[in-house]
Design a binder for this molecule. Sequence first.
Ligand SMILES: *[C@@H]1O[C@H](CO)[C@@H](O)[C@H](O)[C@H]1NC(C)=O
Length: 419
Amino acid sequence: MGLKAVVVTVLLAAALSYYIYTPMPDAIQEPWKLMAVDATFRTGMNLAALKYHLGIDHYITSFRRTMEGFDSTMVALVGSRSPAGVVPGVKISDITFAGVPVRVYEPPAGGEGHLRRGLMYLHGGGWAFGSGKMGAYDKVSRVISDELNTVVVSVEYRLFPEVLFPEPFLDCVVAAKHFLSPEVLDKYAIDPERVAVSGDSAGGNLAAAVAQEVATDDSLSVKFSVQALIYPVLQALDFNTPSYVQNRNMAILPRQVMVQFWLQYLGADISLRPQLIANNHSALQHSALTPELRSRLDWTSLLSQKFKKSYKPVVVERDSHGLLKKIPGLLDTRSSPLLAGPEVLAKCPRTYILTCEFDVLRDEGLMYARRLKDAGVSVTSDYYEDGFHGCLSFISWPLDFDVGKRALRSYMTWLQNNL
Ligand SMILES: *[C@@H]1O[C@H](CO)[C@@H](O)[C@H](O)[C@H]1NC(C)=O
């Protein structure tokens, strides 16, 4: 190799490690693996943005294809999803529930007359990506169906940019009401007293919103008996909670990406992002944001000192852009379940909420757990001090994380004991 080639190689290697390297908190146990995952996501986002600027593709659909390519590469490499499935006894059907596409996982038949559990699952992906049929979601649904004798219904709700709020929420409500109808429960031999709604991240947001909708709909004879929320998105009025500030540059879900997901979901312009990051949309001048409403997400009173540390609330006097009028979805409990009043929370079913230290969404999960408890709901708050956003999706070699496997085990044990 000539000197030139050596120099070029060294420079490329340096550029590559600089690109991959992101500082990680000491508590993260497999930092290089997480950096690799993060770099993959960033590359996908950057390639997508580049293609978009070149006018080739909408960046979301493009990133989605990158993700699907990544998923099938991993499957080909690792073989985590043989055509027959990892759990051979589980029967898979891709069908529709009242017009909404779902994948149903039925456990191996038990004894005659034995009723099974039911679980509706809503996948994450910022209301823009993902599918219950992909990677860890599919695998976990199969394992839950088999190990917990559960009929799992994973909902393929529509995504941005094809639809905006409230359409994804409404898809999930339609599927939920169909699932909870006595005929459907009967058809799948599901015990009506043992039906869960669950989801992670943006899917946790939809699960919490659907749980509230079902709990307050008096026309439904069967309700969800539990909700299990995994690092859910629950509010969009404060992007300066201690966890948002602490983890603003954290791998997988930095603050600016989460705010972008919100703006997309609510049909607003992405150029408003700096305003929202500055909390200008919840400025004191907004009379629609009453003190009562603010108290529902006031982390200075809802979080314990352990999480508040010495963080200070970011409260702005004036918003000269009328942001709340421009983006009415910001005040809608169907997008922000944390804004619901105590009378709604009191009707919610027994609850499991998983939160991670290294996640911008940690504090809203903790606050929702606290407010549900205050409203009289039985709540298990499962907090991981070495957890990061999305860790439950990383359970298969080579991108497996110990904390992801522990969290998944704990989530399943809770379902086993409470559903
Ligand atoms: C937030 O609002 C204030 C007052 O209207 C304005 O001065 C400031 O530039 C805004 N911040 C951002 C990031 O736009």
